[in-house]
Each structure stands twice: as C-alpha cells, then as structure tokens.
Write a protein that binds this ligand. Structure first.
Ligand SMILES: [Zn+2]
Length: 234
C-alpha cells in the first residue's frame, strides 16, 4: 500500500499513548537533564535519557546534538516572530545495513539549541527537556509506529503528554516551573509553529494544499512556540 501523508496523519491521530516500561528510571535521567546547564552536559545527559527512552519504547537510540548557539530565528518589524528550538532529522539508511546510516551512525538525529534566539541566554531547563521529549516523539513515530510524516496531530500531543506524565509521576513533582525557578521568560518571544511537513498559514503565505487535513487540532495545542523542522530523508 502506498504510504500517504493522509494515512500517516490518521494513524498519528489514532494512537494516544507512548508507554514506558520503567518510568522511574526515565524520571531520574530527566532530573539530571533538568539540572544541567551547559551544552556539553545537556548533550551527555540528554543522550543518556534518550538511550533509556529508546530502550523502553522499543526504538533505536537517536543521536543528540546540543549546539551552544542561539536558536535560529526570524524577525519581523523588529520582533522575533519564530525561532527554532529543536528539530528531528533522518539520515539515509546504509546500503549494507539499513538499520543504521553510513558509518554505523544512528538513523535518527535530534538537535536542541542551547541558547535563546535574541540574547543568547541559556534555554531554561524545562523548555530544554520539553523540546527533547517532543523530538523523541517524532523519533518514536518513525521508528516504532512507522509514521514517516510525523505530524503535530492531537494524537502526537497525546503521546507527548503521556510520556511527560509518566516521567512526572516518576519524579514525584512536575516538569514545570516549580522545578525551574530561574525561568528566563523567553518562551513567548517565538511567535509561530511552522513545520515543513505541516504547512500552516502565516502572514502572506499561501493556504495549505487542499488535500491537507485541517490543522485545527494542531492549533488547539500550542505546547511550545517553536519552529519545527522535520526532514525525513528516505
Ligand atoms: Zn515537532
């Protein structure tokens, strides 16, 4: 059966959970990520968390890179209208072993920027962790659910919520501001969520193609404001 974007969208909407075998272990690893600040520590501890999540969720371990760089962003009228907090990409499978990319590298690669777009402050811990978990959900979509076009459907957000809820329950506290009193207040500066696979209407942009599912479910869940770039190189 030909795989279509619509089929991926509908499958993504149907599946609401992302069960972990051992949420407590994931919670411990997530707490370490929340305590990290510099890019090197966040990359190392984030990789440990991803390895745990991958083992528990039945995926390969994605690579994580944490550039110590400002989030790429765009300004309009002097204001930042969106920024890229993170992204998920797929490498082409190796001809010799399609389970990995050339050189044995992981097929999935997550990137989370470590600095805010304008001032270059450190991204606050909860925002960093939320972006990491969000990108892991894209990885889960592709590797576990076979959803090649990983849309921001209501099902996607339900899976992300389920993942977060399990980790929060394992921590015994929240992943929100209580754990992060040093919030820098940067989260509202990015104004739009744009996903190349999920065309959305922005000022002056053409309407999405008629065969695209309505993005209302996506709009209803503005989890974090960010620009998502998902490129699934097949
Ligand atoms: Zn996304």
């Amino acid at each position: 059966m030909a795989r279509t974007r619509r089929a991926d969208y509908q499958r993504s909407n149907r599946i609401r959970t992302l069960p972990l075998d051992d949420p407590e272990a994931a919670a411990v690893a997530a707490s370490r990520v929340l305590r990290a600040r510099d890019a090197t520590d966040r990359q190392r501890l984030g990789t440990e968390l991803l390895a745990l999540l991958a083992a528990q969720a039945g995926t390969g371990v994605p690579e994580l890179v944490v550039p110590d760089e400002h989030q790429p962003h765009r300004r309009s009228g002097g204001r930042i209208v969106y920024s890229l907090q993170g992204d998920y990409r797929r490498r082409a499978p190796s001809p010799a072993d399609p389970r990995v990319a050339r050189g044995g590298r992981p097929l999935g690669r997550i990137r989370v920027l470590n600095r805010t777009p304008a001032r270059g402050d450190l991204v606050r811990p909860t925002a960093f962790l939320n972006t990491l978990l969000h990108e892991f959900c894209h990885h889960y979509d592709v590797e576990r659910l076979g959803i090649l076009h990983s849309f921001h459907t209501s099902g996607f957000h339900a899976r992300l919520r389920h993942l977060r809820d399990q980790i929060e329950a394992g921590r015994g506290d929240g992943l929100d501001e209580a754990a992060d009193p040093g919030r820098a207040g940067n989260s509202r500066r990015a104004g739009r969520t744009i996903d190349p696979l999920r065309p959305r209407r922005v000022a002056g942009a053409p309407a999405p193609p008629a065969d695209e599912p309505a993005p209302a479910a996506v709009r209803a869940l503005p989890l974090l404001e960010r620009l998502w770039s998902i490129i699934l190189a097949r």
